[in-house]
Design a protein around this ligand. Structure first.
Ligand code: HEC
Length: 173
């Protein structure tokens, strides 16, 4: 490549990058369209079907309300596998509900049953979740919450609710 075509090539590359949408530029290159669809799906479960946000707040920063002290999913140290296990099995002796329909009917969860646990059995979730739904929720939390600071931003809030709501006011910059 001589100097002039080299320059033209670089200018063209710069224009192409500048023209890409800012949202696309912010996403790490590893999020394929299929990943983005799964993350959106997980968000919908977090928000509506499983109402995780009801106890953990919309941004997963945790809350002291109903269900006890729902831990922050933003600063959690759980691995992906451990996260999935907590959602399936809930957490024994706490308000974190289980989402696997057959949890504690057999020994799939922590090798124990409702019969053995008695009052320490975690509460039943409002809606059971299929394994692929639990994986999608995990992907959403790991992609958008975990490691993204202790609280969500105003933009995250608008994105979550899809519109301006009172709940976002306190996050205004
Ligand atoms: C009824 C309230 C409630 C709902 C609904 C709920 N949680 Fe929880 N969650 C809790 C509480 C309380 C804890 C804290 C348990 C403890 O003390 O260890 C918790 C803990 C967790 C933890 C463990 C975090 C850590 O770092 O140890 C994860 C992960 C979690 N919840 C994910 C979810 C997801 C995902 C959903 C939706 C599918 C959900 N929760 C729905 C109340 C709830």
């Amino acid at each position: 490549m001589n100097k002039i075509t080299g320059f033209l090539f670089a200018a063209f590359a710069a224009l192409t990058i500048a023209g890409a949408s800012p949202a696309a530029a912010q996403q790490p290159a590893t999020e394929s369209p299929a990943d983005l669809r799964e993350i959106e799906y997980g968000k919908d479960i977090f928000k509506t079907k499983a109402t995780c946000q009801f106890c953990h707040k919309w941004d997963g920063s945790g809350d002291q309300g109903y269900g006890g002290n729902a831990l922050s999913l933003r600063v959690t140290e759980l691995t992906q596998e451990q996260f999935i296990e907590v959602v399936k099995c809930g957490r024994i002796g706490t308000g974190m509900p289980y989402h696997d329909k057959f949890a504690y009917t057999d020994k799939r969860c922590f090798d124990t049953t409702r019969e053995e646990l008695g009052n320490d059995t975690p509460p039943i979730a409002n809606e059971y979740l299929q394994p692929r739904e639990i994986t999608a929720v995990m992907k959403y939390v790991f992609a958008r919450m975990k490691g993204h600071g202790e609280k969500g931003s105003y933009d995250d809030c608008l994105d979550f609710w899809g519109k301006e709501t009172k709940q976002c006011d306190q996050f205004k910059p």
